[in-house]
Design a protein around this ligand. Structure first.
Ligand code: NAG
Ligand code: NAG
Ligand code: NAG
Ligand code: NAG
Ligand code: ZN
Length: 564
């Protein structure tokens, strides 16, 4: 057995500190990289995998959608590299778990009225199968931002996969690190002409025309299909009318004085249903999924804290992974299958703040949650889709050396001001920092600055207010495995995602379309199983190994000693 990740990291660290040869550059774990034979063999293995690509055409009993909010292509690449570097290796050669999925496509994310999308209209697309206008949820393109009246018309309202799954008797749930009333989770259940209407106060501020519309938090505890969700986990106690934490920022405090958590509990109790409401890791760990039929976990006054800030004590907040594990334990109990959406909701927030480290750690937390989920389900009966709602204006640039710290800086002779710049930077954001030195415009001098810190804001070309770096408009990836995963195969409109999930599980618009070509050769299932094992066990890291890297570093050390 090869050493596990952390063990490898520690070994490399010890040797690199001792030898002082690995300054910023993480070594490649692949000793054979310079041999053509290595690349020939690697490609042959990949061809082999492609030739035996599983194509499961049975009906999916379960569907899990992992949504990385704002997880554009650049963040995926950078996340993949950081993943390796946290284990002490260069990282470029590795894979994120979903990057090993056999089916990949690209998604066009534009909204009906915007080239660059927001998370509400995109959620409407990939959850209801209908593309929509900027900032709107659960309504079609007839409804423009803030048009409460139009959003109330039944013919403008669209149903989501949450409803379709429930109609087919499946258990449903959502787990997010954002507020449970935030755009992406609300895309499952809310119908509104403005995603900001998370509590009644926001609607009151919008003026008299909006007063006929119901806030998103109330829709969560009063309306179908939200009230049937078996699992609701995320942040957002404030919007639900729970008492404010001391010193908490007020983003949407209820004016009506209602406590919607209490109302949710009361309604479950009135129906004689078992339910549990939890707010800490300790409580999450003590949930008895055998008894609890309905689980609501609210782990933040606003959002769930970022992974890098999270209080990991029992009285703190759980990781996304732990939330997903409990959610799946509950949802798997239902015989007719389940639909679960898991959102890495704060990849987006880290990026809006221009803080690459913060965002990438959220991405890796989502990957851990996915790996945990893959261990708990069977891919023969579960379609797993990983995608993003939209991209961000982050780019990966310069010509950094292989294995350069992905959160670090790069320098080359073509840089006219002869100052280092970060590999990851933004085209707009709060990290804008140009000054006039009396002669010319100067950008921030990053010499001696720790650019790997969570709070570091990478340079941006156009200034924005804090937290307001914008989304990006290019396509995002979609990665899929399990029954009908091969239906993702080219560039698709975003609304197509909902249709694949519904068709695969034979629900909603496709509930009468359950005829499937008979195709159950055992070797396909075996292949899927093997593939899953590979994805989980390799953790995406390449075949080769830390021991090899260790040898190269030791050799380098010895060489250096001899030279001295
Ligand atoms: C509901 O929970 C109680 C314990 O709190 C347990 O005794 C009972 O069996 C549960 N009912 C169901 C249907 O799980
Ligand atoms: C974590 O939360 C607990 C309970 O609120 C608190 O006592 C503890 O000091 C916190 N730990 C850290 C490191 O903030
Ligand atoms: C902006 O750059 C200047 C010059 O390098 C630096 O002194 C200052 O701290 C920077 N400001 C911020 C907010 O990073
Ligand atoms: C940037 O800062 C470093 C370290 O403080 C200094 O040596 C260098 O001269 C600075 N570069 C410029 C162009 O000001
Ligand atoms: Zn965003």
């Amino acid at each position: 057995m090869w050493p596990s990740g952390w063990y490898c990291g520690v070994l490399l660290l010890v040797v690199s500190v001792a030898s002082n040869t690995v300054e910023v550059v993480y070594p490649s774990p692949v000793l054979m990289e310079t041999e053509s034979s290595y690349w020939l063999q690697l490609a042959r293995k990949e061809l082999e995998e492609a030739l035996h690509k599983p194509k499961l055409t049975n009906v999916a009993k379960n569907v899990i959608l992992f949504l990385g909010d704002g997880m554009g292509i650049t963040v995926g690449t950078a996340g993949r590299i950081l993943k390796g570097q946290k284990k002490g290796v260069s990282g470029e050669e590795g894979y994120l778990a979903w990057e090993r999925f056999p089916n990949v496509g690209l998604i066009k994310t534009y909204n009906l009225d915007k080239q660059v999308a927001d998370s509400a209209a995109t959620a409407t697309a990939f959850l209801t199968g209908v593309k929509a206008n900027y900032y709107t949820l659960g309504v079609n393109g007839k409804v423009k931002l803030d048009d409460c009246e139009a959003s109330l018309k039944p013919e403008n309202r669209v149903e989501s996969i949450l409803k379709w799954a429930q109609d087919a008797n499946k258990a449903t749930g959502v787990v997010t690190t954002a507020q449970v009333t935030h755009a992406t989770p609300a895309g499952l259940y809310a119908k509104t002409s403005n995603r900001k209407w998370q509590c009644d106060t926001a609607i009151m501020k919008a003026g008299p025309d909006a007063l006929r519309c119901k806030d998103i938090a109330r829709q969560l505890v009063e309306d179908e299909p939200a009230i049937n969700m078996k699992v609701i986990m995320g942040g957002g106690r404030q919007e639900m009318g729970e008492p404010l934490e001391s010193g908490a920022e007020e983003v949407c405090v209820r004016t009506d004085g209602r406590n919607l958590v209490q109302e949710w509990k009361n309604s479950k109790a009135a129906q004689g249903k078992n339910y549990t409401y939890i707010t800490t890791t300790r409580e999450l760990r003590s949930v008895n999924t055998q008894n609890a039929e309905y689980i609501m976990g609210l782990f933040g006054d606003i959002h769930v804290p970022y992974e890098v800030d999270r209080n990991t004590s029992l009285d703190g907040t759980p990781s996304l992974k732990e939330m997903v594990e409990v959610a799946l334990r509950r949802l798997k109990k239902d015989e007719d299958g389940f639909f679960l959406m898991v959102e890495g909701g704060r990849i987006d927030h880290g990026l809006h703040w221009g803080q690459p480290r913060r965002a990438l750690e959220e991405l890796l937390a989502m990957e851990e949650a996915l790996e945990a989920a893959l261990k708990m389900i069977s891919l023969e009966e579960t379609l797993v889709v990983v995608t993003a709602d939209h991209s961000h204006v982050i780019t990966m640039n310069g010509y950094p050396e292989r294995g350069n710290n992905i959160l670090g800086v790069v320098m080359n002779d073509d840089v006219e001001d002869h100052m280092p710049f970060t590999t990851l930077m933004f085209t707009n954001g709060h990290g804008f920092n140009y000054t006039w030195n009396g002669e010319k415009v100067m950008r921030r001098n990053l010499s001696g600055v720790d650019t790997t810190e969570a709070d570091f804001e990478a340079l941006a070309a156009v200034p924005t207010s804090p937290g307001s770096e914008t989304h990006g408009g290019e396509d995002v990836g979609v990665y899929a495995i399990g029954p009908m995963a091969h239906l993702f195969h080219r560039v698709h409109e975003q609304n197509y995602v909902a249709h694949v999930m519904a068709y695969a599980s034979c629900i909603g618009p496709y509930e009468n379309d359950c005829e499937r070509p008979v195709q159950r050769p055992e070797n396909i299932y075996k292949h899927v199983k093997d593939l899953n094992k590979k994805i989980i066990n390799s953790g995406g890291t390449p075949v080769a190994t830390c021991s090899v890297a260790l040898v190269s570093i030791t050799l380098a050390y010895v060489t250096r000693l001899l030279r001295c």
